[in-house]
Write a protein that binds this ligand. Structure first.
Ligand SMILES: N[C@@H](CCC(=O)N[C@@H](CS)C(=O)NCC(=O)O)C(=O)O
Length: 216
């Protein structure tokens, strides 16, 4: 059985767990205690040289980088659950475009905004509200383009949900906790899209903490 090594509420761990649930892939979850810096231990670094969660062990294949793991799961289980990555040339091209949008126009700003207001205080560091405000302002401008795209189609890559949409869930859903309601106030299309993603069974299953799922 596939083993997921991560921290129950870490954003990147939940990104992978969401896709495992979407594809109905059973998995054993091994908790890495980040408070005890287990992710910086030599045993962990032997598998994930950057000292970051998550990584998977799938029958001896060690793989890290949450988005790469998600793509691997989708390719390995093409008949389980929704397709999540189109296989035709045009669909694939539009998917890669959408995945790049998340990676270059959303994640850098949203993850830093969350880090500024949520993760820094958790580590006893002071937040800088001005830094947060600038990040949210930039993200807001990026989401103007999302509003246009999502006014023409249901999801970022077309009318079917793909990994590119799901990749937004962990940081997008933490933005409110960081102090910005952008994901639900930007405009009707972004709101509809994001609320619908948040209601998916996969996200509901993992959002409050990842646990092993050994059968479906
Ligand atoms: N690009 C990596 C990022 C992984 C990452 O940043 N993980 C965080 C938890 S969500 C972590 O381990 N942070 C601790 C650190 O960087 O030292 C991925 O997508 O898997």
């Amino acid at each position: 059985m596939l083993t997921l090594f991560g921290s129950p509420v870490s954003t990147c761990t939940r990104r992978v767990a969401t896709v495992l649930v979407e594809k109905k892939v059973p998995f054993e979850f091994v908790v890495i205690d980040m408070a005890k810096a287990q992710h910086k231990s030599s045993a962990f670094l032997a598998h994930q040289p950057f000292g970051q969660v998550p990584y998977i062990d799938d029958d001896g294949l060690i793989l890290y980088e949450s988005r790469a793991i998600c793509r691997y799961i989708v390719e390995k289980y093409p008949t389980h659950g929704p397709q999540l990555v189109p296989t035709d040339v045009t669909g694939r091209a539009l998917f890669e475009q959408a995945a790049s949008i998340e990676y270059s126009n959303f994640d850098p700003f949203c993850s830093k905004a969350v880090a500024e207001m949520v993760f820094k205080p958790m580590r006893g560091m002071a937040s800088d509200k001005a830094v947060f405000d600038t990040l949210v302002e930039t993200l807001s401008a990026k989401l103007d383009a999302y509003e246009v795209i999502l006014g023409k189609q249901k999801y970022l890559a077309g009318n079917e949900v793909t990994l590119a949409d799901l990749f937004h869930l962990p940081y997008g859903s933490m933005l409110a906790r960081a102090g910005s309601d952008l994901m639900t106030t930007k405009g009707p299309n972004v709101t509809r899209w994001f609320n619908e993603l948040c209601q998916r069974n996969s996200w509901v299953t993992v959002k409050d903490g990842v646990k092993s799922i050994t059968s479906y």
